[in-house]
Design a protein around this ligand. Structure first.
Ligand code: 8YV
Length: 313
């Protein structure tokens, strides 16, 4: 296990395996990853452990047979290189869906209703008392949400918006989906951005989606719209986002992820209309336990010669 994990997860793994838990929360270094491939039958890595092609290059047939990733996103692992080296890669879909959708709603509400800004004002002792035109934000109920990527998490966000907030739902994904709530398919990210009061990014990270939200999408959003990103930081061109916020091309942003985590541009930190969370998408004990137990199930299946339930390569 490449990080300390909740006790329940470690205990479940110990029932079937000899377990070593790496004691630091820092991402693994390339030398550690190469060594892990040689030393262990299975590795349970996570975000930040960059298992890229170079790491697999040195061991043609490593002892390690499975990387049971803790998390749904696996863009830090070169899955093709892993497959070529005979290493299965698995992830934890399902376990993260509701918690991540909840964080998307947290960000939508916080940025539109100026919750972060209000908290800072109050804590700074600058609140002069209620008045009818104090800190007016944007009313959320009934607005249009545009969801970029209508997978499990996108659908969970859409459901909350439709059933909870009476919002119109629009989305862009490679192909239209059959959904159990009304939703308009947009032909391009730009067309989606144009239609939306909130553009919510919910596509997987990776080369195909890098900078999918750049200057043209931000421009299409317009001055009244908010961007929310709960996916991966590099899906959004962060420099273009800073420009759009500084020039007033969009109204605000709610972010849980960043292009170069844990570095967050000072420009963003200085903006009142940016709500900035430290990658809290799944940060609840029961969710992290469910993710970990799912990883252990994948590990167990892969190491007993079965097809793991959540194989991605
Ligand atoms: C995880 C996430 O907690 O599951 C994911 O892909 O983004 C998070 O919510 C974290 O990234 C570990 O994978």
């Amino acid at each position: 296990m490449t990080r300390p994990l909740p006790e329940r997860v470690v205990a479940a793994a110990r029932q079937d395996f000899e377990v070593e838990v790496r004691e630091t929360n820092a991402p693994m270094k390339p030398g550690e990853m190469r060594a892990a491939l040689v030393l262990y039958d299975g590795v349970l890595p996570t975000l930040g452990d960059r298992f890229d092609a170079d790491v697999f290059a040195e061991s043609a047939s490593p002892r390690c047979k499975v990387l049971a990733n803790f998390g749904v996103g696996y863009n830090h692992i070169d899955v093709a290189a892993a497959r070529d080296a005979g290493v299965a890669v698995t992830n934890t879909p399902g376990a993260v869906t509701d918690a991540t959708a909840d964080i998307a709603l947290t960000l939508m509400l916080s940025v539109a209703r100026r919750a972060g800004e209000g908290e800072r004002l109050l804590r700074a002792g600058a609140w002069e008392g209620w008045h009818p035109t104090q800190m007016l934000g944007m009313h959320v109920t009934g607005k249009t949400v545009g969801i970029l990527g209508m997978g499990r998490i996108g659908q969970a966000i859409a459901r909350r918006c439709h059933f909870g907030f009476g919002m119109q739902v629009a989305y862009h994904s490679r192909s239209p989906k059959s959904l159990e709530f009304p939703a308009q398919h947009a032909e391009s990210p730009e067309a989606l951005a144009e239609a939306a009061d909130f553009l919510v990014v919910a596509v997987p990270g990776g080369a195909e989606t890098r900078h999918l939200v750049g200057a043209s999408v931000l421009k299409a959003m317009g001055a009244g719209a908010f961007l929310v990103n709960i996916a991966r930081g590099d899906v959004v061109d962060e420099a273009a986002l800073v420009d759009a916020l500084e020039s007033g091309a969009i109204a605000g942003a709610g972010l849980d992820v960043y292009e170069h985590e844990p570095t967050v541009p000072d420009a963003l930190k200085g903006m009142e209309n940016a709500v900035l969370l430290p990658h809290l998408g799944t940060a609840a004990l029961e969710v992290r336990e469910a993710m970990g137990l799912m990883s252990v199930d994948n590990l167990r299946a892969a190491l007993s010669g079965e097809t793991p339930p959540n194989l991605v390569n």
